[in-house]
Design a protein around this ligand. Structure first.
Ligand code: ADP
Length: 191
């Protein structure tokens, strides 16, 4: 299964991704994690990306696309992967389709974790991460609404979107995630 998890910052994608990779036995491709690792390692890509990340802006596509494409090339991604944080814009989604098509692969399903904005802010204040400055956080939510939310429509039109309620306990949300994966599996068998 090749699945994309989409949700605003603070939606709880990290928790659900961990459970999902255990269920699906596929690698977890988190562009946020890849970028933070590149920043820590001080690679040229990391140094370039850091300036955007600290301001809550999206990192330019050439950096992201290069990183994801190299990762998708790896052997462990052959039977599937869980994409987290990518694609984040319509051009990235189109690029992903091309990358996968060249390898005779496709996206099986997209899960949206829906959480209202006031709940996101409340959660952010309760946790602490280096890029969790309240002003920067607000920018990341706005960037999600403007640049990433249009992807939901893009995948809905392909019949690949499962929107699930991101409120509740991690267990409750995960059972919704599992139900969505079950629908993707049935749809994949029909193709
Ligand atoms: P969140 O989902 O909480 O915003 P992530 O860990 O996914 O956080 O990403 C952290 C930062 O890394 C983003 O704010 C952005 O600057 C950068 N980033 C991650 N993925 C992408 C992407 N696909 N395109 C552009 N920038 C990205």
């Amino acid at each position: 299964m090749r699945i994309i998890l989409i949700g605003p910052p603070g939606a709880g994608k990290g928790t659900q991704c961990q459970r999902l990779v255990d269920l699906l036995h596929v690698p977890h491709l988190s562009t946020g994690e890849m970028l933070r690792a590149a920043v820590r390692a001080g690679t040229p890509e990391g140094l370039q990306a850091a300036a955007y990340m600290t301001q809550g802006q999206l990192v330019p596509d050439p950096i992201i696309v290069g990183m994801v494409s190299r990762r998708l090339e790896m052997e462990d991604c052959r039977n599937g992967c869980l994409l987290d944080g990518f694609p984040r814009t319509l051009p990235q989604a189109a690029t992903l389709d091309e990358l996968l098509e060249r390898r005779a692969m496709s996206v099986d399903g997209v899960i949206e974790l829906a959480v209202p904005r006031d709940e996101l802010v409340r959660r952010m204040l309760a946790r602490k991460r280096e890029d969790d400055d309240p002003e920067v956080f607000a920018k990341r939510i706005t960037s999600f609404e403007l640049q990433t939310a249009p992807l939901l429509d893009y995948y809905a039109r392909q019949g690949k979107l499962a929107s699930i309620d991101g409120l509740g306990t991690a267990e409750e949300i995960f059972s919704r995630v599992q139900a969505a994966v079950g629908r993707f599996e049935r749809a994949a068998r029909r193709r």
